[in-house]
Ligand binder design. Structure first.
Ligand SMILES: [Zn+2]
Length: 282
C-alpha cells in the first residue's frame, strides 16, 4: 500500500492510458474466449462508433485532468472534505475515499442522468447501444462526459481525496466499466459472488434492458453497495435481456454516428414500453 501511493501520485498520463488500453485488450480476449451472446453484429461499424465516443470522452477527461488535480490539491492544502473528519489507517482511508468518489462521482450523477430530462437525452446515447460489449464502456456523448467530469470534481471536493486516490479511482472506474459492459459469460455463482461487493457483468447488463423502467435499476459502477442501499438492485435472467432503448427501436437512429451526436438536441421522448417491439439489432 505504501508503494502504491507514490506511484499513483506521480503517474504520467501515458501510463494511465496504458492501463485503459490493457483493460480493453484483456476484455477483448475474454469476450472471444467466453462470449455471452453471439450476434450478427457489424463489428467494424459498431466498434467505430464506440471508439469515436471513447475518443471524445478521453479528450474531455484530458481537458478536465488539471481541474481534478487542482481540486484535489485544494483539499489537501486546506484539510477540506469528509476524509479529514477522522484519522483512519491508510487502507481504510483508501477504501472509504474510493467509496465516496464512486458514490458522488458515478452513482449520484448516473441516477440524475436518468431522472433529469435534459441529462437523460445525453445519456440515452449510451443506452441506445444495441450490442453491449467492452467498447460500450465509454460510449458517452461528449456532453455527458462534461457533466460526469463536473461531478467527479465535486466528489473530490466533498470527499477531500488526495491526487493518488483520484488517479486510482479514475483507473478503477474505467476498468470496472470495461469489465461490467464486457460481452462475457461468467458462471452464475461467480457473477453473484462478485455482485456482493462489486458491480458484476450480469448485474450491469440488466441496466441495459430496452424497457425503460428496468433501465432505472443497477446504477452502480464499481461498488454494488449503493444499489442495495437505495433498493435499486435488481436481478434478471440474462436470456430475458434485450439491449437498447424502447424509444429508439430503429437501427438508423441508434447505430448511426450523426444521429447519435444529434440525439440530445432532439425532442424528449417518453418511454413507450414494448409498443414498437424490441430494438433492431443490426
Ligand atoms: Zn444508465
Amino acid at each position: 500500500m505504501n508503494s502504491i501511493v507514490p506511484f499513483f501520485n506521480d503517474i504520467p498520463s501515458w501510463q494511465r492510458t496504458l492501463i485503459l488500453a490493457a483493460g480493453f485488450v484483456l476484455m477483448w480476449m475474454l469476450e472471444s474466449a467466453i462470449p455471452l451472446l453471439r450476434t450478427g453484429i457489424n463489428k467494424p461499424k459498431h466498434t467505430g462508433i464506440n471508439l469515436f465516443f471513447t475518443g471524445t470522452t478521453l479528450i474531455v477527461n484530458f481537458l478536465f485532468a488539471a481541474v481534478l488535480v487542482m481540486a484535489s490539491d485544494f483539499t489537501t492544502r486546506n484539510h477540506f472534505g469528509i476524509l479529514y473528519l477522522a484519522d483512519l489507517p491508510l487502507w481504510a482511508h483508501a477504501v472509504f475515499g474510493l467509496l465516496l468518489l464512486d458514490f458522488i462521482g458515478a452513482f449520484v450523477i448516473h441516477v440524475l442522468a436518468h431522472k433529469v430530462k435534459w441529462m437523460w437525452k445525453f445519456h440515452a446515447v449510451h443506452h441506445s447501444e444495441p450490442h453491449v460489449n467492452t467498447t460500450s464502456a465509454l460510449r458517452h456523448h461528449p456532453g455527458e462526459s462534461v457533466f460526469r467530469a463536473v461531478f467527479t470534481t465535486l466528489a473530490i471536493l466533498i470527499a477531500g481525496t488526495p491526487v493518488w486516490m483520484v488517479m486510482i479511482y479514475q483507473s478503477a472506474s474505467a476498468l470496472f466499466s470495461q469489465f461490467n459492459h464486457a460481452n462475457i459469460h461468467l458462471p452464475k455463482w461467480l457473477d453473484s459472488m462478485i455482485a456482493i461487493i462489486f458491480v458484476s457483468p450480469g448485474m450491469h447488463k440488466v441496466h441495459h434492458h430496452y424497457l425503460m423502467p428496468v433501465t432505472d435499476t443497477n446504477y452502480g459502477n464499481i461498488f454494488s453497495v449503493w444499489d442495495r442501499l437505495f433498493q435499486t438492485f435488481v436481478s434478471m435472467k440474462t436470456s430475458d435481456i434485450h439491449y437498447g432503448l424502447d424509444i429508439y427501436p430503429k437501427a438508423e437512429e441508434h447505430s448511426r454516428l450523426t444521429r447519435l451526436i444529434r440525439m440530445p438536441f432532439e425532442k424528449y421522448r417518453a418511454p413507450v414500453g414494448s409498443k414498437f417491439g424490441k430494438p433492431e439489432m443490426k
